[in-house]
Design a protein around this ligand. Structure first.
Ligand SMILES: Cc1cc2nc3c(=O)[nH]c(=O)nc-3n(C[C@H](O)[C@H](O)[C@H](O)COP(=O)(O)OP(=O)(O)OC[C@H]3O[C@@H](n4cnc5c(N)ncnc54)[C@H](O)[C@@H]3O)c2cc1C
Length: 155
């Protein structure tokens, strides 16, 4: 983003590209391709785990990781294509589960203010396939990581 700011480039954030259609006109600008990896267990109790996951992690691989740890909350959303970082944008959902139900917070870089903030669930205005990231923060934010609170089902 420093390079983009310095060179005053137009930019576009790309996750897995599964919800994007490319037009025929040539795109002249930078593509910020989210490739950050890594998960961190932030809180571990007998009832639940809170896990922070980097934006570039493949969503389905993350779901598999949580299921293998005996955690419930996002398992019905396995096989949804895309990255963890894109998951809050449209509040992904499938088979009765929605991201917002397990969502704790997201680390978000605000591109105009040039600062990173933590947005909690109540601040994200989640609704059916909707969130603040599709509205007030559209084009002004990059989701860096997502923290989910998942219920322990098996030990
Ligand atoms: C076959 C198929 C099945 C699907 N099934 C479902 C389903 O069951 N449920 C459901 O909810 N959705 C479904 N989707 C939609 C899609 O999986 C989701 O929208 C997914 O979250 C897109 O992730 P992505 O990483 O590919 O995002 P991309 O397509 O790369 O990007 C989508 C938008 O998010 C922005 N973006 C991406 N990452 C970031 C980031 N880190 N920070 C800021 N902005 C970012 C991009 O700029 C773009 O505007 C399906 C799509 C396909 C193709």
């Amino acid at each position: 983003m420093k390079y983009i700011d310095k060179n005053r480039l137009k930019y576009f954030v790309l996750g897995g590209g599964s919800n994007i259609l490319l037009g025929f006109n040539k795109y002249k600008g930078a593509v910020v391709y989210m490739q950050t990896k890594g998960v961190e267990i932030v809180e571990d109790t007998p009832e639940y785990e809170t896990i922070e996951c980097a934006a570039g992690v493949d969503w389905d691989e993350f779901v598999e990781y949580t299921v293998e740890r005996g955690l419930g909350g996002i398992e019905n959303m396995s096989l949804i294509p895309g990255t963890v970082g894109a998951s809050p944008i449209q509040n992904i959902g499938a088979y009765g589960q929605e991201l917002k139900d397990s969502f704790e917070s997201a680390k978000v870089y605000l591109t105009e203010e040039k600062k990173t903030v933590i947005l909690k669930r109540d601040e994200c205005n989640f609704d059916y396939r909707d969130s603040i990231f599709k509205r007030e923060l559209k084009g002004k934010s990059i989701i860096v990581s997502v923290s989910l609170k998942l219920k322990r089902i098996q030990n």
